[in-house]
Design a protein around this ligand. Structure first.
Ligand SMILES: [Mn+2]
Length: 323
């Protein structure tokens, strides 16, 4: 549930601001970008005479180029005292990758707001609006707008619907609650461009992406513990011409095999091995599995990254014939 007192504090903070920066995590997904551009539009539409900046260390992927204000996302920051920062979908400062260069915005002395749905959120901001039962940060922002009495324009509804769709895998993941459908209905009524989102996010795939996914599927192995595991080396990315971000979404296919306890894709990325974990089962908590590798996430979707590389392990056995 959204805490009304926190929303009031956040709105007061925003109303007093001269400059506001909306910031999301590195390697931004649809929820991070939808929430950042949605929040920026909300602020611009409802708070007069404020200058709004959008910041992310990584560029907006081409998939999300249709998002309003997407062209205004900057990687360079120039914070001055008195600025208000709104962090979206970022569970902790290091996920923004600005924490080392600009520690002053994460220390609690500067007025900051964090809007998120990750249960692992460290509540690092001055005002923390963290709703773990929400499907997405965008869902939290819709409630915030309603509580604040802020109107939704069609363009900002498109931003917010993007996050609800991507974080629920197109309303298919287990976090798709009745509340999610009400939020979607609310955003469609506000004029969200549903066809644009579906076409760009779910019905467009580059040839390199399909070739990469082909490798993921081809290499699936099933372990004794009923884990469906696939692994991609740097060579797989090179040979298919795909970049790391193109792996997003492939895990849902690995997770489709009946009877598995969990699924995992390991991928090599410049000296690191990244793991993406999923489960369909209620009695398996993949965030705990991720935590053993210093990772985190949700019960049914989690991830980790460790320094190292992938080494294939081949097992052979002799089967005796009759001749
Ligand atoms: Mn999210």
């Amino acid at each position: 549930m959204l805490d009304a007192a926190s929303v009031t504090r956040a709105v007061d903070m925003l109303k007093k601001a001269k400059r506001i920066t909306c910031m999301c995590h590195r390697n931004p997904d649809g929820d991070a970008l939808g929430a950042m551009t949605g929040m920026a539009q909300l602020v611009e539409a409802n708070i007069p005479n404020v200058s709004v900046t959008l910041a992310c260390v990584d560029p907006v992927p081409p998939t999300f180029a249709y998002l309003p204000l997407g062209q205004r996302v900057l990687s360079e920051l120039n914070p001055i005292e008195g600025d208000v920062f709104v962090f979206v979908d970022a569970a902790e400062p290091k996920l923004t990758e600005y924490h080392e260069r600009f520690p002053q915005i994460f220390g609690g002395e500067w007025p900051t707001i964090c809007i998120d749905h990750h249960p692992t959120n460290t509540n690092f901001a001055t005002v923390n609006i963290v709703v773990p039962e929400a499907s997405s940060t965008c869902e939290v922002i819709v409630d915030l707008a309603d509580l604040a009495g802020w109107k939704l324009t069609p363009e900002l509804a498109t931003s917010l619907l993007t996050g609800v769709y991507t974080d629920t895998g197109g309303l298919l993941h287990s976090n798709t609650t009745p509340k999610v459908y009400r939020t979607v209905a609310r955003l469609l009524r506000a004029g969200a461009a549903q066809r644009t989102i579906v076409t760009h996010v779910f019905r467009t795939a580059k040839l390199s992406t399909l070739r990469l996914w082909g490798r993921v599927l081809e290499k699936i192995g099933v372990t004794q513990e009923k884990g469906a595991i696939s692994a991609l080396t740097e060579e797989d990315f090179r040979a298919t011409g795909a970049d790391y971000s193109e792996l997003t979404g492939a895990i849902d296919y690995v997770n489709a095999i009946p009877g598995m306890r969990f699924s995992l894709i390991l991928s090599e990325r410049g000296g690191k091995v990244k793991g993406s974990l999923r489960t369909l089962r209620d009695d398996v908590d993949v965030s705990k599995m991720a935590a053993t590798f210093q990772g985190g996430g949700h019960k049914k979707a989690a991830g980790f990254a460790v320094a190292g590389k992938l080494v294939p392990e081949v097992r052979w056995k002799v089967e005796q014939g009759n001749n």
